[in-house]
Structure formats: structure tokens, C-alpha cells
Design a protein around this ligand. Sequence first.
Ligand code: ADP
Ligand code: MG
Length: 699
Amino acid sequence: MTTNIPELFGSNVFNDAAMKEHLPKDVYKQLKKTIEAGEALNVDMANAVAHAMKDWAVEKGCTHYTHWFQPMTGITAEKHDSFISPVGGGSIIMEFSGKELIKGEPDASSFPNGGLRATFEARGYTAWDPTSYAFIKDKCLCIPTAFFSYSGEALDKKTPLLRSMDVLNKQAMRILKVFGNDDGVRRVFTTMGPEQEYFLIDRELFKKRPDLVYTGRTLFGAAAPKGQEMDDHYFGAIKPHVQEFMSDLNEELWKVGILAKTEHNEVAPAQHELAPVFETTNIATDHNQLTMEIMKRTAQKHGMELLLHEKPFAGVNGSGKHNNWSMATDTGVNLLEPGETPAENAQFLLFLVATIKAVAKYQELIRVSVASAGNDHRLGANEAPPAIVSIFLGDELTAILDAIKNDKEYEGHEKTVIKLGSTVLPKFPIDTTDRNRTSPFAFTGNKFELRSVGSTASIAGPNTAINAAVAEVLEDFADRLEKAADVNEELTIIIKETLNEYGNIIFNGNGYDDSWVEEAKKRGLANLKTLVDAMPSYLDEKCVNLFTKYGVYTKSEMESRYDIKLETYWKTLNIEALTMVDMVKHGITAAVIDAENELSEVLTKKKTLGFDVEGTMEYNLLDNISKDATCMAKRLSSLEDALLKVADIEGTYEIAKGYKEIVIPAMNELRLVVDELETLVPEKFWPYPSYGALLYSVV
Ligand code: ADP
Ligand code: MG
């Protein structure tokens, strides 16, 4: 095993260093320029780059290449082509052209497209995103690409994200100019550090649970005697087997240039987290997708199964993905970092209130962007941020904004009147240990953390939404500031106005408290509890306007995403319901009969021996099992009836709603009685590993 981490890091990435080494000098320079300017490569350059890339990859043992992309399934897709090319006489050479590098044509008719592409026009195109480096995975050269249709519509999650970053760049640059901070700055991009939560269980046990295999979560399972109530797992010592996995995982991630940084145990037993160092958002998105994939594979190598689902186990915490978001210049200035000078402070406050306004104005959109069947189990379940979108600023920063809003002194360590443009912001202690995990959107000192993203989700969607929303607000602010006679005066007005109109989104209290639901209602904040409740607002005029005016999504791209999201939702539930039916019919029913048989035999024997069996332990147990079994059979039929009912519904939204209102309650009812049966039926008969076994299987 190599120990030279700097040498290992990025060794499987055709990164800047590799390009410099393998490309002719002039091509390298030209390529860098083209990438920085965001222009297209010309044919000669593409050929030279492809040639060098292929040589590099072949040297490292690659035989194939693929255009790696992120269709709307939310996971990544790849189709491998080998480099071999016949040259006659039964011989081949290894070849890779510029054309093959920059554009691919996967026959992609089977990816969800939400009506964007008829199957007869099955062609989709992939185009290299040269800002994201090519990398090697399993002897295959992977080229990160965007995926779009014949008519140019985005069929993936990456294209809209890149568009949203462009829009934000344009508006943020205007703000920097207003404050005279644009010197030498060519670009503003958003930064992202996604903290990834997951569970690790024994792979052999995993294979014995059809629910985990088919749906990624347990659909049945009585609680183990011990859950997370002792708080003894969070940040606890990492178990040896898990540590081996993590070390291996780190190396695998480092090889492909992923900045895996922090690893620790999470709250629930068997739950862990991995956090990378933040990067430009589109790269971070690619890297998070790759991380999820490599994590799963590495776990399997270690005899474990890694569960990414938002709610693998009832009764203990589910998993999320903390989405740390900020904006930075290409010169390395974090625009959400409170500054040292009055001018920097003023600019910081502007970006801060712009984000507040964006999140407040588009709270429904942000809610939609994190909605999924899996995440519905978390949001609002007192373990993850509530479904209500609010912003945590911390007491100090809130007090500073209040002082500005009310022309009052800020009573921090010293009393100060904050006059923008002339006062340095009072130093407020940033609570870096902030563990107000109940806030969906928390300011954590120099970035915002959107905490409601699901652990399986691609971070592209939520970031596209945040970027576009912030860009719109920045545009409005820039329009005003550019025209203003006195920038600081106008900024003060902007801050006041924004806080008056949107300050209701700021909430520093406990988001798990029931009183917050009431309070939020009074404040007029949306409380969209489930995906089905949230989805309609996606196609509201407000959201459609936002995305279409900037070309982040066209209307039809939005409609397609709306359809896909709803369809994915009900299909997920359908698979879950069918899996439940299957487990009850083929596994649990037999176990119950076995238990009944055993008890009946004992009772019959006892009776023949002259015992009075009524009221005995065996008698009562049989009675209870029998009653529950009858109830289970009834509830099983109810679930089957529910599935028949929704099969008759038409319209994507109505179907999804049907699943929420008819199928989910039937699933919940069935689960209740089955979980009770699990506690009655002897373990030797129960066909599936218990929660206890699953959650404490890895040592
Ligand atoms: P915690 O949230 O656990 O206190 P940190 O604040 O150190 O941990 O960081 C959490 C995540 O936020 C890390 O992935 C880190 O790289 C990321 N992060 C830090 N600064 C930024 C930034 N300016 N933009 C985006 N992400 C950031
Ligand atoms: Mg965090």
C-alpha cells in the first residue's frame, strides 16, 4: 500500500499537471485558455488532447473510455467503448479521436426524459465539460459530460447547474464592480462541500433482506432493544472493520482527485459521515456522485453493504447530505466571509441579505428541490430539519442586522452604531461549533448550509435552485446600486427593505419544537410536508419565470423534471409496496405458520397428557399470534386493494397523490402488525435478520 498521499492524490485524474506533462506546450496553453474562457475546443486541439489523454490512460492500464453523465435518474450513467480500432490483417491499434472526446451519442431512449424526447428521436448527445477533469475508474477513462437532446434540451442534472452558475457569476460580478472589489477578478463561482451520511451493515445480512435489496430501506423490522438513545455512537471510536473500509475508501477517492477530509460516526448505530473539502459546485457535484458510487463498491470489497437511503431504519435517524454553499471569486475571496474593512463588510452584508431574500422568496422551490420519497421520511420527523424552510443566522449576526434595520446601536461586546461604508462590522464570535441541526438553512460563519438534502440525492438540483434565486436578487440589487448616488445609503435601504419584507424567514430557535410549526404558520412560511404537497409550487409562475428568464431551464425542461420527480416518487412507493406484499406472502406467512404449528403441537401434547391448556403461556402466545396473523392477512389485502385503486388513476400528479393518500397508509398499517408479529414469532422461524443484527453487525 502506498503511503505517499500527495503522489497518490489525483494519480487517476487527467488534471492540470497531467495535461502539462502530456500535451504539447502550445496545445496545453491554448486548452487552458479555452477552458477558462468557457469556449468550445476546435478540432485540432480536441484531437491533440484526445491523443494525449488516450496515451496517458492506456499507460495506466485503460482499455475503454466512456462519456460519464448524470441523467435525470439522479445517478450516473456510462457506456463503455474500447479504444481498439482495426488496421487490417487482424491487427488493431488503440485510438481515440477529438470527435470522440468532445461529443458522444449514446442511444439513450431508456433514460427518463419526462416527454422531452420521443423514443423515435432516441438520440441524446453528451458533450465534454472540460472544467471537470477526465479520470480513470476500473480501467476505463471517464469523461465528465453534459447530456442533452437533439433539440438542445438538457436531459441531465449538470447542464442546468452550469447554466445557473453562469447566471450567478454575471450578477455577482456586477456587485463586485459596484464595491470596487472586482480588480483582477474574472469569475465568481459557487462553492460546495457536501457532507455525506450513510449506514454500513454486513453484506451477508443485507442479502437476506429483500426490502434492502429492492428498495434500499427496511420496510419491516421491530425496533432493537437499543437504538441511539445513549448518544454513544456519535463521534465515537470508529470500529476496526469500519476504519479499514474508510482508509481504503480515502485512497480510492484521493486517486480520482476527491478531497475526502473528515470521517466520523453519526448519531444512529451503524451510521457514518464523510465530508470532503469544498470545491467549485459543478466539480463538487461530479465528485459527490462519484463518491457515492465508490463508497458502495469499496464497502462491498470489505464485506459490507453501504446504505445511502434517507431512511434505512425506522426509529433511528436517517441520512442526509449537508450542502455547504458559498460564492467565491477566482482570486480566492469567499463572498460570504465577513471582511476586515468597511467596504468588505458592506459587500458581505449585501451578499448575505441577497441570500436571505432568495431563500425566503423561493422557499417553496428550495423545498421542492430536496423532495423525494425517501426524504419524506426525514423532513419534519424530528431528526432532520423540518419541511418548513427557515434561516439560522445566530444571535450575533441577527442582532447586527436588527441594529441596521432599526437604526439602533448594536450591543455586542461594545456598543456601536453600524454605518455601512464607514464602520467595520463589530467582530461577532462565529459559533463554529454551531450544532443547531434543526435549521434547514444555517449560516455557519462563512457559508450557508442547506441541511435538508437527502443522502441519495444529486446536489445539482438544490444548487441550481439556490444559484438562480440568488442571481435574481443580485440582479435587482445591482440595478439599484449601479444607479445610486450613494452606494452605502442605497445598501442600507436595501438591507432594511429586505429584512422588513423577508426577515420572517430568520429563525434561530429549535426547529423540532411543535411551537415552531405554529409560529411559522403565523409568519406565513410554507410548510410543505411531503413531495406531493410541494410539487405544484414548482410550476408556479414565480418559479417558471425565475428559471426561464435566465435560461436555466426552459418551460418544457421544467415540465419534464416535474413529471420525472412525481413518477420517480410513485414508482418508488410501488416497488416498496410490492416488496412488502412479496415479503409477507413468501416469507412472513410461512414463519407465522411455523410458529403456530410448533405451539399447536405443544398444546395438543399437553392436552393429551391431561393438562388444562387454556390460559397457559403457549395458549396465549398462540392466541396472540393467530389474532395478529388474521389482522396481517386483512391488511395485506387492503394494501393489494390500494395498489389496484391507484392503478386506475390517471395523471402523474394524481397518481403520486394516490400513492401518498391510499398506498402509504396501507403500508404503514401492514408494517405495524408485522413488526408486532416479529416480536412474537421465535427468531428461528423469522425469515429476515432483525434490526439488532443489522445495526450491530459490523464490528
Ligand atoms: P461542520 O459543518 O461539521 O462544522 P466545517 O464547517 O468544517 O464542518 O465544514 C463542513 C463542510 O463545509 C466541509 O465539506 C467544508 O469543506 C465545507 N466548506 C467550508 N467552507 C466552505 C465554503 N466557503 N464553501 C462551501 N463549502 C465550504
Ligand atoms: Mg455541517
